[in-house]
Design a protein around this ligand. Structure first.
Ligand code: DX5
Ligand code: ZN
Length: 206
């Protein structure tokens, strides 16, 4: 299972956080972006993403993602994910992301069913199963949501879809075992609010 570190909440500055993540064996830097509309808070303009040695895994929690995509594609983001609950033409946005040579993903809130994604299974490179309400770090994992991972694994096995399955929100050393069927987990505060990022990651990998 791979680990993506979310920088949404940290005890350190953005620059220090990214440099600390570089020193670990984390697999991705998970960049949460919020617009203050799709979710109440608005993330600050990121200035230090170019310092990351880790591939960028961008999670757009924004109502109108089109205008954000070229910026992150220009930063060579490996994956850009949008939120399944937005009104915009999601297929057009996913196709645009792919046209830029970037993997495309879609996130579902705890209250959104897997069936809401069925029109996109063929194009999606990644599905983010949110185990917290989007927009804030440091929340408690909604463990009941994890049954969506089993459903997504079953569908992928049955129909040969290519998406990777990511679990995002509230993960720590105690509950990570419950997300073990996922391909990637996103971990924010458990790592970025600690003294030693690598020792937290080691605990997650046990
Ligand atoms: C929540 C974000 C998550 C969150 C993870 O909206 O998508 O990536 O920041 O942070 P923790 O691990 O603190 O829940
Ligand atoms: Zn996220």
């Amino acid at each position: 299972m791979k680990i993506a570190v979310s920088i949404l909440v940290s005890n350190y500055s953005e620059e220090e956080t990214i440099l600390k993540i570089n020193e670990t064996d984390a697999d991705y830097l998970h960049v949460d972006v919020t617009d203050g509309h799709f979710v109440p808070d608005k993330t600050p303009e990121r200035e230090y993403l170019h310092l990351s040695h880790k591939p960028l895994n961008v999670h757009l929690m924004v109502s109108r993602p089109f205008s954000y995509i070229s910026k992150y594609a220009a930063m060579k983001a490996e994956t850009i994910s949008i939120s399944s609950e937005i009104e915009d033409d999601k297929l057009a946005i996913l196709e645009y992301i792919k046209s830029l040579g970037v993997r495309c993903g879609m996130a579902i809130k705890p209250g959104t069913t897997v069936s809401m994604l069925e029109d996109y299974f063929d194009i999606l490179d990644e599905i983010i199963v949110l185990t917290v309400e989007p927009g804030k770090g440091g929340q408690k994992m909604k463990e009941e949501v994890l049954e969506k991972v089993d459903e997504l694994v079953r569908l992928r096995d049955e129909f040969g879809y290519k998406y990777t399955i990511m679990v995002d929100g509230g993960i720590n050393d105690k509950n990570i075992v419950k997300a073990s069927k996922a391909d990637i987990v996103v971990v924010g505060s458990y790592i970025c609010k600690s003294e030693d990022f690598q020792s937290q990651i080691d605990r997650l990998r046990l």
